[in-house]
Design a protein around this ligand. Structure first.
Ligand code: ATP
Length: 308
């Protein structure tokens, strides 16, 4: 089956800043992909290139076999920017109607309002809406052309807990129809709950790409904690199966790719290790392990290698 979209070796520089460096991914139709990463990781820059809003310095974007610009022209892509301005004096229904008139095959306005969950304030002026409500209107505008691919840059940034829940309920309905979605987010729980696949970015590069469960397992799978007298952080990091080690006042925290190998190695090298405890790693810890620069003695590069 043809890719819903593909990014091949994308590079983007802004002066001296290498914002995106060799980013590649292939996304199949129907996949819901979360693009995760800390501030400045290159998520928005990648999205802008996917949408044809900026040109890569190197590499190629294809959307259903077309260039980004062609796909946008044909209304195949719906986009929701972080903070595009809405016409303040237009009502929500008027604005959606205006956008519908720009598309060749728009969905009926009433249908769009319903799908985006904005029917209750359809007759309110956009300038009178809260930040979260405005985000939902932007979502409606992204849906109006009935696109095959939805690209959302931090869609829930301004929403409260209830707004977020309602937004994702609308999204679920949309993705159940087999549409492809790429969304950037800072919320790990959103990636965990709503994406089939997670792409983690750091410093302009993809550092992990896979199903949520696989990413979590590949980063470590487990954290082993123990009191280890006479150990050094470097010696702990060198144990088999350990991808990251932190030692504070004799308390070791070992992030493990293989916790069985790690515990055997630990007891062999440090027979006095005590109070040993092993727990599963959440996506949050996996995310932090992969997207923060490791302090001395930690071995994040190894964990990254395991994922590529
Ligand atoms: N127009 C620009 N001019 C100069 N530098 C830019 C420009 N756009 C982005 N950058 C830089 O490129 C890097 C990547 O930024 P980008 O906005 O893509 O990151 P991001 O992952 O989307 O971050 P955030 O989560 O904060 O939105 C950052 O160092 C940023 O400062």
């Amino acid at each position: 089956m043809a890719d819903a979209f593909s990014l091949e070796g994308l590079v983007k520089r802004f002066g001296d800043v290498l914002a995106v460096e060799d980013v590649s991914m292939r996304v199949a139709p129907g996949e819901v992909v979360a693009l995760l990463g800390p501030n400045g990781a290159g998520k928005s820059t990648t999205i802008d290139m996917l949408l044809g809003l900026s040109r890569p310095d190197d590499g190629r974007v294809r959307v259903a076999g077309l260039s980004a610009a062609e796909a946008m022209d044909r209304g195949m892509v719906g986009a929701m920017a972080q903070n595009g301005t809405l016409l303040r004096d237009a009502t929500v229904a008027e604005l959606v109607g205006l956008f519908a008139s720009l598309h060749r095959n728009p969905l009926p306005v009433r249908e769009v309002l319903k799908r985006a969950g904005v029917t209750e304030y359809a007759n309110r002026r956009c300038g009178k809406l809260s930040g979260g409500e405005q985000q939902r209107v932007r979502f409606a505008l992204a849906l109006v052309g009935d696109p095959d691919l939805l690209v959302l840059d931090e869609p829930t940034a301004a929403m409260d807990v209830d707004g977020r829940r309602r937004f994702w309920a609308s999204m679920r309905e949309y993705t159940e129809t087999g549409r492809t979605v790429l969304f950037a987010t800072h919320y790990l729980a959103e990636a965990e709950d709503y994406a089939d696949r997670v792409v983690l970015m750091r410093h302009g590069r993809v550092v992990a790409d896979g199903p949520v469960g696989e990413v979590r397992a590949a980063v470590a799978g487990r954290v082993l904690r123990a009191v280890v007298p006479d150990a050094t952080q470097t010696a702990l990091a060198a144990l088999p199966g350990v991808s990251r080690a932190v030692l504070r006042a004799g308390h070791a925290e070992l992030t493990c790719a293989d916790s069985d190998a790690a515990i055997r190695g630990l007891l062999r090298e440090f027979p006095l290790a005590a109070n040993i405890e092993i727990t599963a790693v959440g996506l949050e810890e996996a995310f932090i392990a992969l997207t923060t620069d490791a302090p001395e003695g930690q071995n994040t590069a190894e964990a990254e290698g395991a994922l590529r």
